[in-house]
Design a protein. Structure first.
Length: 409
């Protein structure tokens, strides 16, 4: 049976969430029922579970070049982001300036906006603009830093476009100024090499469900010697840095997922990247007035964001869903909004294109057959939607490819 006819899901929304890897599920199962001890208990039944948490911590730290005791297990990337930023402004109460970007995930963007509002604008937030290809101007970044800057929070790779930021260079600049640096590396970890032995970041956020671990578990990396104020106080868990009984099953799953990611990173950066490039080429060459959003090469190997002018992204997604193709119109945290992506607006993507943007985010589980299926089905979907669009007809009075066509086809 061909794809679509048997309702087989073609999942290309991995930047929103990923499937739990079979190997991850396998190692988690015993800790739901058979080995259910509390890792903080003194008895050996709980102690054996505690040893598995220690093992998971070592696997996560190995993936990013950290020390195991520099990791704090959290509930998600959002908690990790909040913990890092709030810790910095509490540790340096005399400093009121935060530097971030206009394209951050809502976990950082909305927190910074809330801090600005709730403190009566006592905290100054500098949200740096990006270039049209989604990259950051390093000179502008350096100029934004002041003696009042408590922390910089800039993502390692953008969740919508996949654009990778020059974190290593920015960290070097902040270190010379004695400024703390946090990066939301939720999309980058497991897809591109990260070695914190070589990049002196102070805080780094990870989310398990972005790299084939379950939802509900994350990590905050805190470099040794970095001032730290807990976000959640309570018991002695996580060496007093995060109260609350550990989410044992998910932590063990995250450890396994990080172990798998290390072995599959080459596949991610070769085969998956080749699939992404084939998908892009097939869509851009077969659909007129389509635009690739983001830098051509400075991107995650799995992410492609394409705008199709004069059609609504939501309509495209509904038609793709009829073929059981899963994609996204942007961040899953803002997918219910009628506003165009704040990331694409910051990049200056035209209004006629920003509303018709689709993000395809692949994983190691995707196949060339799936890519071919999308290349076959999406062009007629766009053509049919444009036939119903008065905006498209107003700008393209002739047939596509005809004498009166004004597009670049």
């Amino acid at each position: 049976m061909s794809l679509g006819e048997d309702r087989q899901v073609i999942y290309m929304d991995n930047n929103a969430t990923t499937k739990v890897a079979p190997e991850v599920l396998e190692v988690m199962l015993p800790y739901f029922s058979e080995q259910y001890g509390n890792p903080s208990s003194m008895h050996s039944f709980g102690g054996s579970v505690g040893k598995m948490v220690v093992g998971a911590r070592e696997k996560v730290s190995s993936l990013i070049g950290a020390q195991p005791d520099e990791l704090v297990f959290t509930s998600c990337g959002t908690e990790s982001d909040s913990t890092a930023i709030l810790s910095a402004i509490q540790s340096f109460s005399d400093k009121r300036h935060i530097v971030t970007t206009r394209v951050e995930h809502p976990a950082v963007k909305n927190l910074c906006e809330q801090l600005d509002t709730l403190t009566g604008h006592k905290h100054k937030i500098t949200s740096l603009p990006v270039e049209s290809d989604g990259t950051i101007d390093l000179n502008r970044f350096e100029e934004s830093l002041t003696d009042d800057t408590a922390i910089v929070s800039i993502m390692w790779a953008n969740n919508e476009t996949g654009v990778i930021f020059p974190i290593e260079e920015m960290v070097e600049i902040t270190k010379n100024r004695g400024i703390l640096f946090h990066t939301d590396a939720v999309q980058a970890v497991g897809k591109i090499p990260i070695d914190l032995n070589k990049v002196p970041i102070d805080f780094l956020s990870i989310s398990g469900h972005k790299l084939h671990a379950p939802k509900g578990v994350g990590v905050l990396y805190v470099r040794k010697g970095t001032p730290f104020v807990p976000f959640m106080t309570g018991g002695h868990q996580e060496h007093g840095r995060r109260g609350g009984t550990e989410n044992v099953t998910s932590i063990i799953g995250l450890g396994k997922a990080c172990e798998l990611a290390a072995t599959k990173m080459n596949d991610e950066n070769t085969r998956v990247k080749a699939l992404r490039d084939k998908l892009e080429e097939g869509l851009l060459s077969n659909i007129p007035s389509s635009i690739l959003n983001g830098h051509k090469t400075l991107r995650l190997p799995n992410t492609s964001n394409i705008s199709f002018e004069y059609v609504e992204g939501e309509s495209i997604l509904l038609h793709l869903d009829r073929y059981n193709i899963c994609a996204s119109s942007g961040s899953a945290c803002t997918s219910g909004s009628l506003e165009p992506s704040h990331v694409l607006r910051a990049m200056g993507v035209p209004f006629t294109a920003a509303h018709g943007s689709i993000r395809f985010s692949l994983s190691v589980y995707n196949t060339e057959e799936e890519v071919d299926f999308i290349i076959d089905k999406l062009p007629p979907i766009i053509a049919n939607l444009r036939e119903m669009s008065p905006f498209w007809k107003g700008s393209h009075p002739g047939q596509v490819g005809g004498a009166n066509c004004k597009c670049s086809c």
